[in-house]
Design a binder for this molecule. Structure first.
Ligand SMILES: Cc1cc2nc3c(=O)[nH]c(=O)nc-3n(C[C@H](O)[C@H](O)[C@H](O)COP(=O)(O)OP(=O)(O)OC[C@H]3O[C@@H](n4cnc5c(N)ncnc54)[C@H](O)[C@@H]3O)c2cc1C
Length: 550
C-alpha cells in the first residue's frame, strides 16, 4: 500500500486532483464512502465561469472579492476566475451534460452577488452531473480507489507528510498507507450545526487531521448559512430557485428584501439574505419560524424544466407542490469558508501535505462565498493541487516510517472500544449541534459565543467517557461515528474561538455587539493552531492585488 500520491477524499476536489496527476505516477484515492456518495453529488444550483459574451474574468474576480467582503486573497481569486472558462470547457469535453440555451450553448443563470448571469448548470442537479463525469474519467485512468476506508491520522516523519493511518471499514483494522505526497480533499464540516444542508458524512475530518498535525486552520469563524433550507429537515433549496425568479415573502405577503437590498433583492449575497430572513423572523413577520419562497409565478413549465428536483424535494419533505404553494424556508449551516491554510497551489505549511476543495482555505471566498464558486474551487484548485503535488515529488524518495503513530492510533481506538460509558456519540453530537446552531448561527454576541465555548469544552470532557457499544470489526459504524465526533468537537472549538476573537461583523460572521466591519483592525486572516488547552489564535495579512477594499 505504497503510492506516489495519495488523495484522501473522492469528491470533486479529490477526483479532479487525481486526474491531474500525470499517468507515469502512481496515484490512489481513499474515501470513507463510495466516491459518488461524496457530498459534491448533492450540489444543485451550478458552477461559475465567465464564458458569456459580455462577461469577463475580471468582473467575476471583482464580484468574488467584493462578495467575500475583501477577506479573500486576490492572487488566488484571480487564478480561479481566469482559469474557470477553460476548466468548464474541459468538463464539457469530459462528458458533463450542461443545460443548454436555444442556440445550443452552455446555459447560465443569475446567482446572488454576481453582476452577470454566470452560473453554468445541469438543471438543479449540477453536482450529480459533474461527479459522475469525473468518476468515469477516474475509471478510464484505472486509478486505485480504497473505498470505505477511514483516515484517522497523518503520518509525519522528520517534518514531512509521508502517508496516512486508516481504518479499513469493511474488514476492520488499522493500516499504514505510505506516499510521497498526501492531498486532503475531505470536504466540509456542516454537521457541527443541527440545522444543516450537509450530508451526515461532512464532519470536518481532514481539517481535524491537519490541525492535529500542527497546521493552521484559517478563518474558521466564517460559516455560511444558506438562506433557503426546508423547515425541519434543513434540505437545501437551491439559490437557483431565486436565480430563476423566485420571491421571498414574509407573513404580510411582502417582498421584504426591498428593505435590505433594494437593487439586488432576492439575489443579494447569501449573508445579506440570511440576516434579512433572521431579522424578519425575529421581529415577528415570519411564518411558523420560517419565511416563504414563492415560485408560483414562474409557472408550471419552467419549474418542471429548471427546478425539477426542488419540486420533488418540496413534495416529498414538506408535503406541498411549489407550483401551487409557497415553500416555508429558513437559513441553515451550509459551507465552511475556512479550512486548512494553503497557497494558490494547494501547498500547506507541512512539506508533502496538500489540501483542496471545501476542506482547504486557499482563500478565495473570504468572509462569504458566492453561490457557484465552490464547485468551481473544487475543479480549479483540485487540478492545480494535483499538478503541483506531482511536480513536487519528482525528487522525493520514500523514507522509512516508524510505527509510533500507528500504535498511538491503535490505542485511541482500543480506548473507545473498551470505555464503559455511559456517554454515546450521538447524544453528544446532538447537543453540539443544538448549542452551535443556537449560539453561533447567523447572529452572534460575546455572550452567546462564550456560552458555546463552555458548552463545547464540557462536551469534549463528556466525549472522553464515550462508549462504543459495537465491539466488532466489520462495518463498525458506531466506532466511525465516535471518531467523527472527535473531529466535530475539535473543529467546533476553532469556530467558536475564532468568532470570539473577531470583534467586528463581516460577511457570514455577524456580531450583534460589533455590528460594523472594521478594516483597520480586522482586514486579516485568523489562524488557529492546536494547543493542549485549546485553539491558539494568530493572524496573517490578506493579499490585495487589484481591488482595494470599498
Ligand atoms: C446540498 C448542497 C448543495 C450545494 N450546491 C452547490 C452549488 O450549486 N454550487 C456550488 O458551487 N457549491 C455548492 N455546494 C457546495 C459544494 O457542493 C461543496 O463545497 C463541494 O462539492 C465540496 O467538494 P469536496 O470535493 O471538497 O468534498 P466532498 O464532495 O464533500 O467530498 C469529501 C470526500 O472526503 C471523504 N472523506 C472525508 N473524511 C474522510 C476520512 N476521514 N477518511 C476518508 N475519506 C474521507 C469523503 O468520503 C468524500 O469522498 C453545495 C453543498 C451542499 C451541501
Amino acid at each position: 500500500m505504497t503510492h506516489d500520491i495519495l488523495v484522501v477524499g473522492a469528491g470533486l476536489a479529490g477526483m479532479r486532483a487525481a486526474i491531474a496527476v500525470p499517468p507515469d505516477l502512481n496515484v490512489a484515492l481513499l474515501s470513507k464512502v463510495h466516491p459518488i456518495r461524496s457530498h459534491s453529488v448533492a450540489a444543485q444550483g451550478g458552477i461559475n465561469a465567465a464564458i458569456g459574451a459580455e462577461d469577463s474574468w475580471e468582473a467575476h474576480a471583482y464580484d468574488t472579492a467584493k462578495g467575500g467582503l475583501y477577506l479573500g486573497d486576490q492572487d488566488a481569486i484571480e487564478a480561479m476566475c481566469k482559469e474557470a472558462p477553460q476548466d468548464i470547457l474541459e468538463l464539457e469535453r469530459m462528458g458533463v451534460i450542461f443545460s443548454r440555451t436555444a442556440e445550443g450553448r452552455i446555459a447560465q443563470r443569475p446567482f446572488g452577488g454576481a453582476g452577470y448571469p454566470r452560473t453554468c448548470y445541469a438543471a438543479d442537479r449540477t453536482g450529480h452531473a459533474l461527479l459522475h463525469a469525473m468518476y468515469e474519467q477516474l475509471m478510464k485512468r484505472r486509478c486505485k480507489v480504497y473505498e470505505e476506508w477511514y483516515v484517522t491520522a497523518l503520518l509525519v516523519e522528520e517534518g514531512r507528510c509521508c502517508g496516512v493511518v486508516a481504518w479499513d471499514m469493511i474488514h476492520g483494522g488499522l493500516q499504514m498507507l505510505r506516499a510521497k505526497a498526501v492531498i486532503l480533499a475531505t470536504g466540509g464540516s456542516g454537521r457541527i450545526f443541527s440545522t444543516s444542508t450537509n450530508a451526515v458524512i461532512n464532519t470536518g475530518d481532514g481539517m481535524a487531521l491537519a490541525y492535529r498535525a500542527g497546521i493552521a486552520l484559517e478563518d474558521m469563524e466564517f460559516v455560511q448559512f444558506h438562506p433557503t433550507t426546508l423547515k425541519d429537515t434543513g434540505i437545501l433549496i437551491t439559490e437557483g430557485a431565486r436565480g430563476e425568479g423566485g420571491y421571498l415573502l414574509n407573513t404580510l405577503g411582502e417582498r421584504f428584501m426591498k428593505r435590505y437590498a433594494p437593487e439586488q433583492m432576492e439575489l443579494a449575497t447569501r449573508s445579506t439574505v440570511s440576516l434579512a430572513i433572521g431579522q424578519e423572523i425575529q421581529e415577528g413577520r415570519g411564518v411558523d419560524g420560517c419565511v416563504l419562497l414563492d415560485l408560483r409565478h414562474l409557472g408550471r413549465a419552467k419549474i418542471l424544466e429548471r427546478l425539477p428536483q426542488i419540486r420533488e424535494l418540496a413534495m416529498e419533505f414538506a408535503g406541498l407542490d411549489p407550483i401551487e404553494t409557497p415553500i416555508p424556508i429558513r437559513p441553515g449551516a451550509h459551507y465552511q469558508m475556512g479550512g486548512v491554510r494553503t497557497n494558490a497551489w494547494g501547498e500547506t505549511e507541512l512539506p508533502g501535505l496538500f489540501a483542496a476543495g471545501e476542506c482547504a482555505c486557499v482563500s478565495v471566498h473570504g468572509a462569504n462565498r458566492l453561490g457557484g464558486n465552490s464547485l468551481l474551487e473544487t475543479i480549479v484548485f483540485g487540478r492545480r493541487t494535483g499538478t503541483k503535488a506531482a511536480e513536487s515529488i519528482r525528487t522525493v524518495q520514500l523514507s522509512p516510517v516508524s510505527e509510533t503513530i500507528l500504535k498511538s492510533e491503535q490505542q485511541r481506538i482500543d480506548k473507545l472500544l473498551s470505555n464503559p460509558g455511559p456517554e454515546r456519540a450521538w447524544q453528544i453530537r446532538d447537543d453540539l449541534g443544538k448549542t452551535m446552531s443556537l449560539n453561533l448561527g447567523i447572529f452572534r454576541t460575546k455572550q452567546s459565543i462564550q456560552e458555546a465555548l463552555s458548552a463545547v469544552q464540557a462536551l469534549k470532557r463528556r466525549a472522553e467517557d464515550m462508549c462504543v457499544q459495537d465491539k466488532g470489526r466489520v462495518f463498525n459504524t458506531d466506532l466511525i461515528h465516535a471518531l467523527e465526533l472527535q473531529c466535530l468537537l475539535e473543529i467546533a472549538e476553532t469556530i467558536v474561538v475564532g468568532a470570539l476573537g473577531r470583534e467586528e461583523s463581516r460577511g457570514a460572521h455577524y456580531r450583534g455587539d460589533f455590528p460594523t466591519r472594521n478594516d483597520t483592525a480586522w482586514l486579516r486572516h485568523s489562524l488557529s493552531y492546536r494547543r493542549p488547552e485549546g485553539p491558539h489564535l494568530a493572524y496573517a495579512p490578506v493579499t490585495i492585488t487589484r481591488f482595494p477594499p470599498a
